[in-house]
Write a protein that binds this ligand. Structure first.
Ligand code: ADP
Length: 319
């Protein structure tokens, strides 16, 4: 392999830049030319492809977002769109592609590999919902952003003796809500993987109030229901003064944490190695602090599971 491409796709996450940097530098370290595809699969179809040098990725390791930009592209879900992408890659003499993104981006990478163009996947998403890795790039940074917000909200919640409902990202996966809720000392955590009983939450709120608690923090993953909707339900069963805070896209931004930078560096570099070893069609990840790789098919076949021990612990510590 003489020339590799790299793109970022789908929802962006902090640490994608660090991953791009690792891919570029690792390729050049092995005397392989490296090309950046700008704007995800849309940029691949339109041929927005430029050669990258060592200096192209200087001064980006600490920046959120992605210097290669990201996009969603419906056309790439079609065989014609994928063929156009392969033609562009061939036109630029590129032999393999590193795709940094989430589950949807991996499906695109799998489709290209099946059509004879080897791809390697790097898990870049704040949701931590990709199989084959214990942590995705951006999750740790998003968590720290949420915890920072919870800490600040707790100050005002205490002053005014209020119940705060904080809505965080996570349509299908409750990892952000669970981890941030545990680390932020939330009384109640609602995640899509586990149902909830409003009467049980009512009892919990009243018990807390009776023992003199000045505030309550409830973290809700957006996949359960909106914070506003949940506040209505709380209002129906209690007379507590509630406020809702929807954290939204601030969770996607910001300078990546040390953990995410190191993870991105390790995984980006390994993706290049995989392509050079002729092992396309696989996604890199980390398991028990070892870098591993998993076939795309296996990544899709496994069901993302929440850490049930952690959930249980969060329940036990918030009595
Ligand atoms: P993420 O990668 O963060 O999960 P998306 O699900 O939006 O984000 O996917 C990003 C892009 O990947 C889509 O806009 C599309 O171009 C491509 N993609 C998604 N699903 C498929 C698929 N089944 N086949 C081919 N490409 C896909």
């Amino acid at each position: 392999m003489k020339r590799i491409g790299v793109l970022t796709s789908g929802g962006d996450s902090p640490g994608m830049n660090a991953a791009v940097r690792a891919v570029v530098r690792k390729a050049i370290f092995h005397n392989v030319e490296i090309y950046g595809v700008y704007g995800g699969y849309a940029g691949l179809i339109s041929g927005n492809i430029k050669k990258l040098e060592l200096g192209s990725v200087g001064d980006i390791i600490h920046r959120g977002g992605t210097m290669l930009y990201s996009a969603r592209c419906e056309e790439f879900k079609t065989k014609e769109g994928q063929q156009k992408g392969i033609e562009q890659l061939k036109k630029h003499g590129i032999d393999g592609l590193v795709v940094i993104g989430g589950d949807g981006s991996y499906r695109g990478a799998k489709a290209l590999t099946e059509q004879g163009f080897p791809c390697a996947g790097v898990p870049g998403t704040i949701d931590n919902d990709i199989n084959g890795t214990q942590y995705t790039i951006g999750f740790d940074t998003a968590l720290n952003t949420v915890i920072d917000a919870i800490d600040k909200i707790r100050d005002t919640a205490t002053s005014h003796e209020r119940t705060f409902i904080i809505e965080v990202m996570g349509r299908d996966a409750g990892d952000i809500a669970l981890w941030a809720g545990l680390a932020g000392g939330a009384e109640t955590i609602l995640i899509p993987e586990v149902g909830y009983d409003i009467q049980e939450i009512k009892t919990r709120l009243i018990k807390g109030h009776e023992r003199g608690k000045k505030h309550s923090i409830i973290v809700v993953a957006e996949g359960v229901c909106s914070g506003v909707e949940f506040a209505k339900q709380v209002k129906e069963v209690t007379d507590f003064d509630t406020r809702v805070s929807v954290l939204g896209h601030i969770q996607r931004g910001g300078s990546p944490t040390a953990f995410d930078r190191v993870l991105a560096s390790r995984l980006g570099a390994r993706a290049v190695e995989l392509l050079l070893e002729g092992k396309g069609g696989r996604a890199v990840g980390v398991q028990n602090n070892n870098v591993v790789d998993t076939h795309f098919e296996e990544v899709f076949n496994m069901k993302h599971e929440i850490d049930t021990d952690l959930y249980k612990l969060s329940q036990e510590l918030s009595i």
